[in-house]
Design a binder for this molecule. Structure first.
Ligand SMILES: Cc1ncc(COP(=O)(O)O)c(C=O)c1O
Length: 362
C-alpha cells in the first residue's frame, strides 16, 4: 500500500492529477498547444492573485528562485536577503553566486523578518529585497503587506519565494506589490515536482530590460519573447506531462475555490497544532501570528530523536513526516498539511504521531 505523505512536497496526488499524467504527448509547436498553455497560465494567475505576466519553467522550484534573481542581477548589485532558515539561506546563495552583494540580516531560525528590520538596512542603492514567504524549514509564514507597501514606490524589486504556500495560503501577489513571485508545482498546488512558476511585474521587466542577462535557460525575457512571437509558446520544450497534471491540479483548485482551500489548510494546521501541543510538543516558530498554514514545525524534546519518531511512523503506521534541516535534524518534526490533504489524513497522521511519541517517551 502507498504510504501517506505528510511532508512538505511532494504531496499525495489526487486521482484527477494521476489520470492526467497518462495523457498522450502532443506536438508542442502548434497554436493548439500554445492556447492550452496560455489558458493554464491565465488560471494560475488567479491562484497567484495577480495580473502580472506568469511563466512556467521546466525545473524544480530552485530553478524558479534562480530565474527570479539571474534575470536582472549584475555583479555588485546590493540585495537585502534576510536569512531565517534553509530556503532564505538558499536565496542568499543564489544572489552571491551571480556576484550580488548581499546586505546581511541574519535572524534566529523560527523568527520572521519584519518591515522595520528591512528599513534599518535599506538605502536607495538596494536593487532588490528577496524573501521566502513560507519558510519550510521552520514553519514560519510572513505577512508581506507592510514590506510590499514600503517598497512599492521605490526603484527596488520585491522578489518572493512562495514555493511552499502558493495554492494553500492567501498569497496576494498584487496587493503586496510582489514584483517576482515564485511557486513550485509539488507543494500546495498538488502536482508532481518539476515545474517552477514565476510571475513578473512591469517594474521587474523594466529593470530586466536595462540589464545584461547572466543566464541562458532561466532568462525570463526569453520566455516573454517566445510568448510575444506566438501566444503560449516557450523557448524550450516544455515538460508536457507535468503541464497536463498541473492543468488538472489547477482545475481542482478553482473548483474548490481559493477561500475554501485556504480555510481547509488553516483548519488542518489548527488541528495539527492542537493535537501536537496537547501531547506536550512546543511550536517551533517564535510567534503565533507567524504559524504557517501549510506545515507545522514542532520542537522535539530530549531524549526523543526526530528521526526515530519519523522512522517508526513510516514503518509501523505508513505515514511519512519530515524531520528538521541541518542542526535541527533531530530536534524538529515537520508535519505538512497541504495540497489535497484532508482532515482524515491529518487525523491518521496525528494518531500515529501520538502512538510514536508515547512509545519513545516510555
Ligand atoms: C520555500 C522553498 N523554496 C524552495 C524550495 C526548493 O524546491 P526544489 O527542491 O523543488 O528546488 C523548497 C523546497 O522544499 C522550499 O520549501
Amino acid at each position: 500500500m502507498d504510504k501517506l505523505l505528510m511532508i512538505p512536497g511532494p504531496t499525495m496526488l489526487s486521482r484527477r492529477v494521476l489520470g492526467a499524467l497518462g495523457t498522450q504527448m502532443r506536438a508542442h509547436r502548434t497554436q493548439e498547444f500554445g492556447d492550452f498553455l496560455f489558458s493554464l497560465r491565465e488560471d494560475l494567475k488567479r491562484v497567484f492573485q495577480t495580473r502580472n505576466d506568469l511563466h512556467v519553467i521546466s525545473g524544480s522550484s530552485t530553478a524558479g528562485m534562480d530565474a527570479a534573481i539571474s534575470s536582472w542581477i549584475s555583479p555588485g548589485d546590493r540585495v537585502i536577503v534576510p536569512v531565517y532558515g534553509k530556503f532564505s539561506a538558499r536565496f542568499r546563495q543564489v544572489v552571491a553566486a551571480y556576484g550580488g552583494e548581499v546586505v546581511d540580516l541574519q535572524l534566529p531560525w523560527g523568527q520572521a523578518p519584519i518591515c522595520r528590520q528591512i528599513e534599518s538596512v535599506y538605502d536607495e542603492d538596494v536593487k532588490a529585497v528577496a524573501l521566502v514567504q513560507n519558510e519550510t524549514s521552520t514553519g514560519v509564514r510572513l505577512d508581506l503587506s507592510e514590506i510590499g507597501a514600503f517598497l512599492a514606490d521605490r526603484d527596488t524589486l520585491f522578489v518572493v519565494d512562495a514555493v511552499s504556500s502558493m495554492g494553500g495560503d492567501d498569497v496576494r501577489t498584487d496587493d503586496w506589490g510582489i514584483d517576482i513571485c515564485v511557486a513550485g508545482s509539488q507543494k500546495a498546488l498538488g502536482c508532481p515536482p518539476g515545474l517552477a512558476l514565476v510571475s513578473v511585474s512591469k517594474k521587474a521587466w523594466g529593470i530586466m530590460d536595462r540589464t545584461q542577462p547572466r543566464t541562458y535557460y532561466l532568462d525570463l525575457r526569453r520566455y516573454r519573447s517566445s510568448d510575444r512571437r506566438s501566444r503560449g509558446q516557450t523557448p524550450f520544450t516544455q515538460s508536457e506531462s507535468l503541464l497536463f497534471a498541473l492543468r488538472a491540479a489547477v482545475d481542482g483548485i478553482l473548483e474548490e475555490g481559493l477561500e475554501n482551500r485556504f480555510e481547509r489548510h488553516r483548519a488542518m494546521a489548527r488541528e495539527v497544532r492542537g493535537r501536537a501541543t496537547d501531547l506536550g510538543f512546543e511550536m517551533f516558530p517564535a510567534l503565533e501570528e507567524t504559524y504557517s498554514s501549510t506545515l507545522t514545525a514542532l520542537r522535539v524534546p530530549r531524549p526523543m530523536r526526530a528521526t526515530e519518531i519519523q522512522s517508526l511512523m513510516s514503518s509501523k503506521y505508513g505515514v511519512v513526516i519530515a524531520c528538521g534541516h541541518d542542526d535541527y535534524k533531530e530536534k524538529m518534526i515537520r508535519i505538512a498539511h497541504l495540497g489535497d490533504a484532508t482532515m482524515n489524513d491529518v487525523g491518521r497522521t496525528m494518531d500515529a504521531f501520538a502512538e510514536a511519541a508515547r512509545e519513545f517517551r516510555s
